[in-house]
Design a protein. Structure first.
Length: 238
């Protein structure tokens, strides 16, 4: 990783004005259409998915009527939105590719994984657990992830689903425990470093880059507006 970058020194860096407003609109449309496709495949009336409601409010509105149905739409969006060509195109976005290649040096990019992510009030009103993106050092699979690009689809701050981080040049995984019910790993509070914790506001169109070993978690959103984001984990090898 480029040793002179903020990413190397502090574990995170904000890349400003990467995506134009029109590009963000296409990402939102891709997620909306993924939810539409899932809703159309179900036996419930399509209107039950609140198709004319913005994505920040749609799933909460649907959950008021049928929590299980809304959760199914949510999971479909997280599982499948990245296959939409508009979201797939993030992997080859010229400006983002140039900026991340510079940050990646001396490693060469070997691939990426893209997913939609969201903090939806109907499904969680608590902070997500602390974790790192790489929990085991290996030379294959997730172990080759170098950093993640986190791209919110609207401005975020402490009240609207920003990330909370523990800045620093962390060079290895902290001990993680497994939450079998939720299917995820997390860092127990006792194993976290006694360092500053910081909330990172991000403007829509900017990209928050976080190192693979940066401890972080998503903050809950206030009110009934979900926070949607696209995440791209970039892999690299020397």
């Amino acid at each position: 990783m480029n040793p002179s970058s903020d990413l190397a020194r502090h574990g995170y860096q904000i890349l400003e004005n990467v995506f134009a407003p029109e590009a963000v609109c296409t990402f939102r449309a891709a997620i909306t259409e993924t939810i539409d496709l899932a809703a159309q495949a179900m036996r419930a009336p399509f209107a039950a998915s609140y198709p004319d409601t913005p994505i920040e409010e749609r799933l909460d509105r649907a959950a008021t009527d049928d929590h299980v149905y809304s959760l199914a739409l949510f999971r479909a969006a997280l599982a499948d939105a990245q296959r939409d060509p508009r979201i797939e195109a993030i992997a080859s976005h010229p400006r983002l590719t140039a900026l991340t290649s510079e940050l990646l040096e001396p490693f060469k990019r070997t691939g990426q994984t893209i997913r939609a992510r969201a903090a939806v009030p109907a499904f969680s009103r608590t902070r997500s657990p602390w974790h790192q993106d790489v929990v085991r050092e290996t030379q294959s699979g997730c172990g080759t992830v170098r950093f993640a690009c986190w791209m919110p689809l609207h401005d975020v701050d402490a009240s609207s689903g920003a990330l909370e981080i523990i800045p620093g040049a962390w060079h290895s995984p902290f001990p993680h425990a497994e939450d079998h019910e939720a299917g995820r790993f997390y860092i127990p509070e006792k194993d976290l470093p006694p360092a500053e914790r910081k909330t990172v506001p991000v403007r829509c169109g900017d990209v928050l880059v976080i190192d693979r070993f940066l401890p972080h978690r998503s903050l809950p959103v206030e009110g009934q507006r979900a926070r949607w984001a696209i995440v791209m984990w970039i892999k690299g090898m020397q």
